[in-house]
Design a protein around this ligand. Structure first.
Ligand code: FES
Length: 175
């Protein structure tokens, strides 16, 4: 994943354009706008979030107005509109998970990572936030991590510590 700051212009790679083209090719002529959601996912996977410049360039690529991209990107919470860590821990904060300790888990994550909700750790590796029901209510507390949206269930402080350690090691090996 490349890391970009706010207001930093982006240049999509030829590989990324090739993937855009493959997605657009799935739709009938004139319906290229239908490729918007998967293309935004690709851009987010590449940069970690969707900057205004990236969204404008997607609009230009698809031949639609920037506002049409903003409307979609701001509607769906899985799109991030500000910089994120390499791993964003999204903890379900809806009632059933709260009854089994979701708030305790979020407090623990905040302490462990040393950043508040939606902030990024100084090493750029982590951010976290509370989200609405992840449809795994019987297995709470639960969190997910994109872009694959892997689920981690029946969380405890210890399992969260382990998860963070595993992700740190993974990032080190990938560096
Ligand atoms: S309430 Fe947490 S997954 Fe549904």
């Amino acid at each position: 994943m490349l890391s970009i700051k706010e207001n930093q212009p982006v240049e999509f790679s030829s590989e990324l354009f090739a993937q855009f083209g493959e997605i657009v090719g799935r739709y009938p002529e004139g319906k290229q706008k239908s490729a918007l959601l998967p293309i935004l996912h690709l851009v987010q996977a590449e940069y970690g979030w969707l900057s205004t410049d990236a969204m404008d360039k997607v609009a230009a690529y698809l031949g639609i107005k920037p506002i049409e991209v903003y409307e979609v990107a701001t509607f769906y919470t899985m799109y991030f509109l500000e910089p994120r860590g390499k791993y964003t821990l999204e903890v379900c904060r809806t009632g059933p998970c709260c009854l089994v300790g979701a708030e305790r888990i979020m407090t623990h994550i905040e302490k462990k990572l040393g950043v508040k909700e939606n902030e990024v750790t100084p090493d750029g590796l982590f951010s976290w936030r509370g989200v609405e029901c992840l449809a795994a209510c019987g297995y709470g507390p639960v969190l997910q991590i994109g872009p694959e949206y892997t689920f981690y269930e029946n969380l405890t402080e210890e399992s969260v510590d382990q998860l963070i350690e595993t992700l740190r090691n993974k990032a080190q090996h990938e560096a």
